[in-house]
Unconditional design. Structure first.
Length: 117
């Protein structure tokens, strides 16, 4: 019984040999075929053995006594007053206030003042 991967492997190896032969003659055909076989083999190209990649849990002990916090327990106040629960209207007012402060600072920095000495 033919498997699709075997047919594909033979086709790739044959194509690599054909194009190698077209580019560099008989020597190119040998090199192309060898390259095609090595690319289509299961083994790794490097240090022997065909080991598969094993997924392991990360080693967190190298980070020392770094504190960890549960999800949703952030420790910084990105929004002033974010520690308390607010409704949508109050949240909108807080963001509008931040936007207005930003725009005023931007306007003040962009104005050019001429100083005569």
């Amino acid at each position: 019984m033919f498997k699709l991967k075997d047919i594909f492997k033979v086709a790739v190896v044959g194509a690599a040999g054909y194009f190698g032969g077209q580019l560099a003659g008989p020597t190119g055909k040998k090199i192309g075929t060898a390259l095609g076989k090595s690319l289509m083999s299961r083994g790794s190209g490097g240090s022997g053995g065909s080991q598969q990649y094993a997924v392991r849990a990360p080693n967190l002990s190298r980070f020392g006594n770094m504190p960890s916090y549960p999800s949703g327990a952030a420790r910084s106040d990105m929004i002033p007053g974010s520690g308390k629960i607010v409704d949508g209207i109050t949240m909108n007012a807080m963001w509008e206030n931040r936007l207005n402060r930003y725009l005023l600072r931007r306007k003040a920095l962009s104005e050019k003042t001429v100083v005569k000495v």
